[in-house]
Design a protein around this ligand. Structure first.
Ligand code: PMT
Length: 395
């Protein structure tokens, strides 16, 4: 894979040499373009040493790399990856401004673009920045979402560039084989919300990240993907047919309507097992006479069990969120739900599973074969799960 790595001027630029090294370890040939501001954070010389190529900084005048060499580079590149992408460079990409080597190259670049925005939390939340990111996403750019953490400015919040192994995993995904070409994959993601009254609901901590990563990985591998999602804060993934639902009953209807047209169904959603027997028309009031409130709940439909009865029956991947006896519980669930595979995660571990960027799982097939997936980013886990699905479909 031929990658042009663009580095713009944020503190995360210090990760660029490590990023180049890891991308090369993954088999990439990497040419680096630095903005002049990035060159204040990271030395062109280090990047030249780790990439084994000259580094472009000046728009005009780097010996042998100025002017029309952008065109030559664009013929060679399979991906432009900008990490970190500052608010400034994102704005220039959106508007087509070409006032340095990187943004000039970006206009000549013809293949895929992926950016890893990184900046102060409030800058990231600024409507202009958000609008620019959405514009790039709508044009087909891949966006590696910034993560929460302590930022260089001392503030805590979203805006941090993910660690290098996670970035590399994303990039690997862009070069994944198209082994799902011609297949239709239905993925469910996120929580469901079961209303109690007009302002309250029962739900869970699912962020949707696992399901969205599966949808993204399947799309990159060539599948036609339908994503049925409960309420999440995640942006709509590009190139995926999206159906938004709120309750388990709505998810049931959407999944059952779509399932007959899909060869693979992956149920990563955390569906509420129960809903209120009666949803109050008005806000439930505190009673003066009692310190207790009793809610009557009724079981929601088991979506997976109904998908297993669909004709033609798709290949079914269930998930199991367990807090104890993970393997045992997951095996029982696999049987009960009539799935082909179950992906079990230990949700008692707060570093994985619900609302984490990482996961770790045990994949159990209905013939009893077990595969352990070590802790990794959710996109990496998604790709490992799909590897197993593809392997099983080929048997
Ligand atoms: O969304 P994230 O923050 O990224 O977190 C990911 C995750 C922890 C939610 C995900 O990895 C996961 O484990 N998803 C399944 C959660 C869950 O509801 O597990 P369960 O053991 O309760 O259900 C087992 C399976 O039955 C699941 O595939 C579920 O989608 C399905 N189910 C459950 C209830 C129901 N009424 N119908 C269903 O189809």
């Amino acid at each position: 894979m031929n990658i042009v790595l663009g580095v713009s001027g944020g503190i995360a630029a210090y990760k660029a040499p490590e990023l180049v090294r890891r991308l090369r370890d993954a088999g990439a040939d990497v040419r680096v373009i630095l903005t002049p501001n990035a060159a204040r954070f990271v030395s062109p010389l280090s990047l030249a040493a780790v990439s084994n190529h000259g580094v472009i900084v000046e728009q005009w005048g780097d010996a042998g790399h100025g002017g029309v060499d952008h065109i030559e580079l664009a013929r060679w590149a399979e991906l432009l990856f900008i990490a970190p992408a500052t608010a400034n460079v994102i704005a220039k990409l959106t508007a087509g401004i070409a006032d340095d080597a990187l943004t000039t190259y970006a206009l000549a670049h013809r293949a895929e673009l992926v950016i890893a925005p990184a900046m102060n939390t409030f800058m990231l939340a600024h409507p202009t920045v958000q609008q620019n990111i959405e514009t790039l996403r709508a044009r087909g750019a891949g966006i590696i979402e910034p993560v929460n953490g302590l930022l260089a400015c001392g503030e805590e919040g979203a805006g941090k560039m993910p660690d290098v192994p996670l970035l590399v995993e994303h990039i690997r995904g862009h070069f994944a084989s198209r082994d799902l070409d011609g297949k239709s994959v239905l993925v469910t993601a996120g929580p469901t919300r079961e209303p109690l009254d007009p302002v309250r609901y029962l739900s869970n901590r699912s962020s949707g990240k696992m399901g969205y990563a599966l949808a993204e990985a399947a799309r990159r591998r060539g599948a036609n993907v339908t994503l049925v999602t409960g309420p999440t804060a995640l942006p709509a993934p590009a190139g995926v047919a999206l159906t938004r639902v709120t309750t388990a009953a709505e998810m049931h209807a959407a999944v059952l309507a779509a399932a007959p047209h899909h060869q693979i169904v992956i149920k990563a959603a955390a569906v509420a097992d129960f809903a209120a027997a009666n949803v109050a028309d008005q806000k439930i009031k505190k009673s003066e006479s009692s310190d207790e409130l009793t809610l009557r709940l009724v079981k929601n439909p088991d979506i997976l069990a109904d998908v297993a009865r669909v004709s033609p029956r798709p290949f079914i991947v269930a998930f199991a969120a367990e807090t104890e006896a993970v393997e045992e519980q997951a095996r029982a669930k696999l049987q009960r739900k009539g799935a082909d595979l179950i992906v079990a995660n230990d949700v008692a571990d707060r570093t994985i599973g619900f609302d984490s960027d990482q996961n770790e799982a045990l994949v159990i097939a209905k013939d009893g074969e077990v595969t352990r997936l070590a802790k990794a980013g959710k996109l990496a886990i998604a790709n490992r799960v799909l590897d197993i699905v593809v392997g099983r479909l080929a048997r």
